[in-house]
Design a protein around this ligand. Structure first.
Ligand code: SF4
Ligand code: SF4
Length: 214
């Protein structure tokens, strides 16, 4: 049993995380001693807008991100699964770290309700530790909407365009957060009555986000 750590009120977290994903504000995960993100064999996406990061990371550690336009790079990891910029137990370029690192918030996985089986033990333990507050009905409604979005996307993978639904649970959780408003006030039964409309709306919403991201 993991020791519980407060993740904050659900609605407050959701608003902050949504703003962070839009590039409006810094992520503010209370990571404490956890360094799971930097030590879990993750490829870090570096965008053209990450100019400070590009200037701070040795060129030989970055490579062109497959399938993305020039200027998008990936930063790999060493034989232990550590980011090469992780030194002396902390990020050595913290103030210049890429947007990907600023945006990552493992509370999205906790919010998704998904059983985590594709992350390292450190990240999985932290995800299982988070405890959201639900002091208002709205908190519960929003939480239900995120979980319903996760369930819908996971169960209907085959009706989306090829490759649209990501494989990693963390990415599905983020997608669900992005489109959760579509599901507010719905149940799985009401969603099943119009599966294709919900799927189309998700595609439109995510495409708009991806265009902003390019
Ligand atoms: S896994 Fe979560 S708590 Fe740990 S460093 Fe990453 S975001 Fe922070
Ligand atoms: S760039 Fe910094 S914050 Fe990002 S994974 Fe590497 S060490 Fe961690």
């Amino acid at each position: 049993m993991n020791k519980k750590i407060s993740a904050g009120e659900f609605s407050v977290w959701l608003e902050e995380f949504t703003q962070t994903m839009r590039g409006l504000g810094e992520g503010s995960v209370p990571c404490g001693e956890c360094v799971g993100c930097c030590t879990s064999s993750k490829f870090i996406h570096i965008r053209p807008t990450d100019r400070k990061a590009v200037d701070s990371i040795p060129k030989e550690l970055m490579f062109q991100a497959p399938g993305l336009p020039d200027g998008h790079y990936l930063l790999g990891y060493d034989e232990k699964g550590y980011c090469p910029m992780f030194k002396k137990n902390k990020c050595s370029i913290y103030d210049s770290r890429p947007e990907t690192c600023r945006q990552y918030d493992c509370r999205a996985l906790a919010a998704s309700g998904l059983k985590i089986d594709d992350e390292t033990k450190e990240i999985t333990d932290r995800v299982n530790s988070w405890e959201f507050g639900y002091s208002s009905v709205h908190d519960s409604e929003l939480s239900n909407a995120v979980k319903l979005a996760v369930k819908f996307i996971s169960e209907n993978r085959n009706i989306f365009p090829d490759g649209f639904v990501p494989l990693l649970k963390g990415q599905i959780a983020v997608m669900a957060v992005r489109v959760h408003h579509i599901f507010i006030g719905h149940t799985m039964d009401s969603v099943r009555e119009d599966t294709n409309s919900f799927a189309s709306e998700i595609v439109v919403k995510c495409s708009a986000v991806n265009l902003n991201d390019a």
